[in-house]
Every structure is written in structure tokens, then in C-alpha cells.
Design a protein around this ligand. Structure first.
Ligand SMILES: Cc1ncc(COP(=O)(O)O)c(C=O)c1O
Length: 382
């Protein structure tokens, strides 16, 4: 089969491989000193006080929701345009996800709709998702939530390298209590699988650290040096030293990675200028800096008289991989069975009808980009 240009892929160089190899030759390959070193460097990079590395962003979101699970509220609000694990984290913490509609321009949760949603008194928290690396309007979201004492966990799976309009990096928790990142291979940097949680709260940090490792905390007990305490049952959501060695090495390239994605996006924007029936995501806040995790086309399939399936299949035949981000979560069987629907989520439904993600990753060549856009234009005109 001929090579397909994927919609995303990791970039790992010989320096990354060398750093991982060094750890694999050591005595401690799991929870050694490298995890902590990575956490410190990550916190430093995004401007948070603390960082906790975990096995995935999904694990990080789960633990973050558990921080608040003893509070008496019933619901946590999130976006319908996200990966299932955002909603699943809420569900696994014993609360109910409520989906709030998005803005059509940037596919992020709409602050105006959030204000209406929060009229429901049983909401304890909000998880805004920085879709494709476009930061949500966090200033407004924070103002809305502050008045009601509602916590904020940012799902920043897509947004390592993104900045708010004030210049602070996503992860600094300037507008939130907790931020969670993914380091899955397609994300801004990778540790294979992996996640990172950031916070500025010492008590949240301490609790997350214990929850990551069975709820166990080491005690200094000279009478019983083997002793540890466990106040509540936690999980095994740890990450390894050799993954974190990869993470440290990848983090040194974050600026280069982001710059390359910006160049790729700029070229796509130029090539697609004035293309009928194709729109792009537009940030509601002009001054933000985006990670460009995804490059999403919003295609008016009704006007071009073609289905999304046909377009994606035709591109595949021409060696171009595409994907849809995301099937709105309320449409997934589990949530549908619980009674969720798209009734109040018109923008999310419209976005889902139109969205197709095209390739964006560090090694994507200019020629490939030209080919991708040429083929898309050819297909939609035919
Ligand atoms: C928005 C969003 N949240 C959470 C996740 C889960 O990340 P992970 O695969 O690291 O668990 C993803 C994964 O793609 C995602 O896109």
C-alpha cells in the first residue's frame, strides 16, 4: 500500500532516543528522580508552581475531578466537542457531565451559553477544552465562575505551547484551579503515553501526588522505616522515568515544534484564502498564541454536494489522511443511552457536520501541503 500522509505524527530524534537509552541502563526505570525533574522543568516552562506527571491526560482529568468529588454538587459542565475522556473523567468522579454549546468561530465553549447553563444551581465545576490549541475565553469564564464559587479544570490536551492574550502560557493556571495536558504521540510533545497536571495550590498538588500512586504517602517513621500511610484509596496512574526522559528532551524542542506548526498553519491559511465553501477556525480573542495541535476545515458539504465520507475516502485514495475531531460526546452510545442529546447544542452539531482535520505535524513538507490543498480543491469542485 502506498504511503499515506497521516493527519498527525510524533517527531523523535537521536537526542530523544539517547536520553531514553541512558535511563533504561539505570537501576531505577520507573519512579526515580527523572519524573520529578520533568515535573519541575514543565512547571517552569508553563509558569505554574507545581506539576504532577501521570500516565495519561485521561488519568489526570480523572484525578482532578476527584479533588472536588466530596463537595455536594451534582454536575460539572464541559464542551460537547472534546474527546470522550473529558466527560468520562466527570462520570468516574461520581458527577454528571452537562454539555454547554460552543462558539461557531473557534469551537470552544461559549461563555454566553455557559452563563445560561450555570443557572442550574447544582453545578460545581467547569472543564473548558482548548480545542485544537485555540485558548478559550478564560478571562470571561473565570469571571463567571468566580461569582458562583465554581472550580475550573482546563482540558489542555491540545494546548501545550498555547498562550492566553495576556501572554501567560496555558498551564500557568492563571484562570483556573488545575490544568491537564496530554503527551500522547500526536500532541505538542510526547512521552509515548502520558499526561501532566499543573496547579498553583499546594494542597491540590499534595492530594494529586498521593492519588496518582494508590493514595499512599511515605512517612518518616524511624521506628518503622517501612511504613507508609494511606488516607484514601488512589490509583496506579504513574508514569515512568524513561518516559519522562523523553519528555524532558521533547520539552527542549517545544518552541521549535510550535514555530513549525505556526508556519504550516500560515501556509494552509494562505492556500485556502477565498476558497468557497471552506471556512477555518477563527479565534474569538485575536491576541492569543496557538499550539495548532489540529488544523480543522469547516466544509459546507450541502453546498459542495458531497458527503464527508466521500471526501475523506477520496483523499485517502490520493494518499492523504484526515480525521474528524470529534464525534460530539452526547452522541456516543453510552451518553445517548443515559438520555443525552444535541437539542441545545446547535453550534456543536453544525460544527460536527462540517469538521475535517487535515495533516499538521512537525515533519510535514511544503510539497505535501501543496498537494493536500490541490487535491481538496479538485475534489470539492468536481
Ligand atoms: C481534548 C482531549 N482531552 C483529553 C484527551 C485524553 O488524552 P490522553 O490520550 O492523554 O488520555 C484527549 C486525547 O486526545 C483530548 O483530545
Amino acid at each position: 500500500m502506498r504511503n499515506i500522509i497521516p493527519y498527525g505524527r510524533q517527531f523523535i530524534d537521536k537526542f530523544d532516543i539517547n536520553e531514553v537509552s541512558k535511563i533504561l541502563k539505570k537501576d531505577f526505570i520507573t519512579q526515580g528522580a527523572v519524573v520529578e525533574r520533568f515535573e519541575k522543568k514543565f512547571a517552569n516552562k508553563v509558569g505554574s508552581k507545581y506539576a504532577i506527571a501521570v500516565s495519561s491526560c485521561s488519568a489526570g482529568l480523572h484525578l482532578s475531578c476527584l479533588i472536588y468529588s466530596k463537595r455536594k454538587f451534582k454536575n460539572i459542565v464541559t464542551s460537547p466537542i472534546t474527546f470522550a475522556s473529558t466527560a468520562n473523567a466527570i462520570f468516574h468522579s461520581g458527577k454528571k457531565p452537562i454539555f454547554c454549546d460552543i462558539n461557531s468561530q473557534d469551537a470552544n465553549i461559549s461563555p454566553a451559553k455557559l452563563k445560561l447553563t450555570l443557572k442550574n444551581k447544582n453545578i460545581g465545576g467547569v472543564i473548558p477544552v482548548h480545542f485544537a490549541g485555540n485558548t478559550c475565553d478564560m478571562k470571561t469564564i473565570k469571571n463567571i465562575c468566580k461569582k458562583k464559587n465554581i472550580f475550573i479544570i482546563e482540558d489542555a490536551a491540545h494546548a501545550l505551547g498555547s498562550q492566553y492574550d495576556c501572554g501567560s502560557m496555558v498551564g500557568s493556571c492563571k484562570y483556573s484551579d488545575i490544568t491537564v495536558f496530554s503527551m500522547h504521540p500526536l500532541k505538542s510533545i510526547t512521552t509515548g503515553e502520558g499526561g501532566m497536571i499543573t496547579t498553583n495550590s499546594w494542597s491540590i498538588y499534595k492530594k494529586l501526588k498521593a492519588l496518582r500512586s494508590h493514595g499512599i504517602e511515605k512517612t518518616n517513621n524511624s521506628m518503622k522505616p517501612w511504613w507508609y500511610s494511606m488516607k484514601y484509596p488512589g490509583f496506579h496512574y504513574r508514569i515512568t522515568d524513561f518516559q519522562c526522559a523523553l519528555g524532558i528532551s521533547q520539552l527542549t524542542k517545544l518552541r521549535t515544534f510550535t514555530k513549525k506548526r505556526e508556519d504550516i498553519a500560515r501556509r494552509y491559511i494562505h492556500l485556502l484564502k477565498n476558497t468557497k465553501n471552506i471556512n477555518l477556525l477563527i479565534s474569538k480573542i485575536p491576541k492569543i498564541k496557538k499550539s495548532y495541535h489540529l488544523f480543522v476545515l469547516k466544509i459546507d458539504f450541502k453546498k459542495i454536494k458531497l458527503t464527508k465520507t466521500k471526501l475523506m475516502n477520496r483523499l485517502k485514495k490520493r494518499g492523504i489522511g484526515t480525521q474528524v475531531h470529534y464525534i460530539p460526546v452526547p452522541k456516543l452510545k453510552f451518553y445517548k443511552t443515559l438520555g443525552y442529546n444535541m437539542k441545545n447544542l446547535k453550534n456543536a452539531q453544525e460544527f460536527y457536520n462540517q469538521a475535517v482535520s487535515i495533516p499538521i505535524f512537525f515533519q510535514l513538507k511544503k510539497n505535501s501541503q501543496l498537494k493536500i490543498i490541490k487535491e481538496i480543491k479538485k475534489i470539492i469542485k468536481s
